[in-house]
Write a protein that binds this ligand. Sequence first.
Ligand code: FHN
Length: 491
Amino acid sequence: MAPLSNFTRAVGSGEASPGSSGPRADDLPIRFGPLVSRRDDAAMRAFREYGLGQFLHFGVYSLAGNEWDGVSARTGAPASEWIRAWTGPTAPAGWKDTYDNLYRQFNPANFDAVRWARQAKDMGARYVIFTTKHHDGFALWPTAFSDYNISRSPYPGDMVREIVDAYTAEGIDVFLYFSVLEWDNPDYVVGVPGTPEEVARFDRFLAYTRNQLLELLDRYPEAKGFWMDGTWDPSWVASHEFTHRLERELRERRPGLVIGSRLRNDEHGARHFDSNGRLLGDYEQGWERKLPDSYEALNGNDWDCVMSLPPNGWGYLRDWSGLYAKTSDDVIELLMRCRSMDGNFVVNFGPDGSGAMRPEEDRLAREVGAWVRANAEAVYPARHADLPTSKLGYLTQNGDILYLALFNRPVNNVARLAVPKDATQVPVRASLLTNGQILEVRHADIGFDLDPHTYYDVILPSGFSTDRAFVVRMDLGTPTTTAEELMVAKM
Ligand code: FHN
């Protein structure tokens, strides 16, 4: 089991490692624990079936693309959307001031929420997470609670409204990304507020945060949930009483709202999970650029994994040279890995300051979309299959249908699956999902001593070739042969 309260950190360039804790036997008294337990309403059922999501990082930082006047911020800023935090020898003189005035030029001529939404739809995304406000504090909606917002830029519209409308029209659910942390807000406090002046300031900041969250709920009733961020500072962690009240209020204001585990923590400082290992919120939000090792480690919690295409850098990053950017094959592999463990995979797009996707993102959306369309039933609503994992790829299941997304094709074309010897349902028929070609299934009871499994071989057609992963679809049915009870060897 992972450590229980390993999330708290003073300053951060992101989230700490997740810890999918399970309930502890020696329960600590907790007043500010979970407000909900595993929900089974329509909103959470939809969440479990999203499968693929799109993350959009768009804001003032998109204008810079991680560089300024031809100078790269790569060694001075932790990530492209963090460019305001650029320091060190490469940072331009007066950089923060320059950045804080960039919004005056924020008028993305190619911003077209409808085009983005159609592309996301074609890719197979079923939800989008949109950065309504990142750590720089610039709100992409005309908030009544801060002047640093889209209405002060030359852009004539409300981007959050345009995104909500366009994606909702495509049948894609909208989640609002919201950063609590604001680098430039004079009321924000780093570290637990100590002096009465700091306490008063941070109280104002908390009231402001609450106002903005309620404002978002009221302005965009179509939005399905919050994807919270920037909640790691001890100032927020110490505000557990406030955040507990806030979560309750958000839920009362919008029944069915889906809230991730980054919103709050318990009074002992445990984030994502309380000190007794219970999830705080509706889904685990710790899987950023990382994936769980096993389904079992997730303890049945809902979760999503968000992933940048370059190793890090979520906002527009003009120069990808020297960086490995994930390919469509990588994304498909990560998607199926998540689905095999009941998670959603969310791939990030960082449009440039004009609102254009980069060509690599356009291509990826097309390629992933083509694969997902051809293999949709293995992606959604299929979920974890309660079978031993396979080194050949990833298993998902929907009722009596089992899917194997094959990433490692065996050289002998025999795809062997392990099944518990006492299983009442085993693969009885198989076909290639992409073209319906029927495949032979053989029971291979190979007789390993002390082995709780028996094996089923699916014979892949040697004449079938493809340059991407492909899916074997199997009907599960009653075994027609039994696994032999063999003598246990004495050694
Ligand atoms: O600091 C941010 C980062 O810029 C980016 O938005 C990612 C996306 O999940 N979240 C934060 C780090 O956890």
